[in-house]
Design a binder for this molecule. Structure first.
Ligand SMILES: [Zn+2]
Length: 52
């Protein structure tokens, strides 16, 4: 059983970079149609860009 290496983790919703296990990463929870959706970001800068 092997997972595709191209699909092994979340990507930044702002810049599309793979999210590493970094202390700077941010995860935002959104409610869309009563379902929780998670947005991942590299750091605060990407989060602020995405929100603006
Ligand atoms: Zn980013």
């Amino acid at each position: 059983m092997t997972d595709s290496p191209d699909d092994d983790g979340p990507r930044c919703d702002n810049c599309g970079d793979p999210i590493e296990a970094s202390p700077n990463r941010r995860v935002v929870t959104n409610l869309e149609d009563d379902e929780a959706a998670y947005s991942n970001f590299c750091d605060d800068d990407c989060l602020e860009e995405w929100q603006s």
